[in-house]
Unconditional design. Structure first.
Length: 125
């Protein structure tokens, strides 16, 4: 599975805010076991397209135009980062588990109940 995530603006967060984000990511990683591998892929694009909205209020629009001019002046030093997480699961781990058995209920109820019974009766809980 490949997941695309948006980065956070770490410069606008205090230490507690950054710690909170890191702890959330760590908690997500802890849900996986040793059969899962995670790869992070970063793409850095220079001179990103800057899109700003137009506003009816003249004062707000003037401020937006000033900001646009400021950012375009610094365009050579600006960049955008895209983050992709690749989650790979080894073997048939992806096909065993309660969630998989539940997802099979509409397609093959007998097989789904058989899988759930095996999961709940055995060591695989």
């Amino acid at each position: 599975m490949v997941l695309r995530t948006r980065g956070i603006d770490y410069q606008s967060l205090d230490q507690a805010g950054r710690d909170y984000v890191v702890k959330r990511l760590e908690a997500a990683f802890r849900t996986l076991n040793d059969r899962a591998r995670i790869y992070q892929v970063l793409f850095k694009h220079n001179r990103p397209q800057i899109t700003l909205q137009n506003y009816d209020n003249a004062l707000v629009q003037a401020t937006v135009e000033q900001r646009r001019a400021f950012l375009e002046e610094k365009a050579d030093r600006l960049y955008e980062v895209e983050i992709f997480w690749i989650v790979m699961i080894d073997g048939n781990y992806a096909r065993t588990g309660l969630l998989h058995a539940l997802s099979q209920l509409p397609k093959a109820p007998a097989e789904a109940f058989k899988q759930m019974k095996a999961l709940l009766a055995g060591d695989q809980q």
